[in-house]
Write a new protein. Sequence first.
Length: 135
Amino acid sequence: MAPTQLSLVELSLKLARRELSSSELTRAHLERIRRVPRQARIAPRVLAPDSVLALAALPAQERDDAFIWTWTQREAYVKAIGGGVLRSHDPLPFLWPPRLHEAAGWTVVPLAADARHHACLVVEGTARPVLLEYD
């Protein structure tokens, strides 16, 4: 990702968090999409059993991308609760392709990034819509 592209993604994460009420617990995560050779071993350690099954049911050519999305969502969530990926339960469902959804008292917001990255914002409760625009 070129420096200006990364800056725009980081800017959108910061603006999205700032636009939400300070009383809302929010966190974001940005992750580079890449091959994950050991994802079949990693997934059961960090994801809920239903998410592991849903990931395994995807066509092989989609699994790395889908795993990175799920990891991105999970990282944003554990940052929000102040936990760790291996220490915290996983209440957010696996949804592929990424889309806005609410689950377990949280709103999951996929953020626009380039084709090589996933970005996600999680908000405790119901998030109000925020439109982020930049040139």
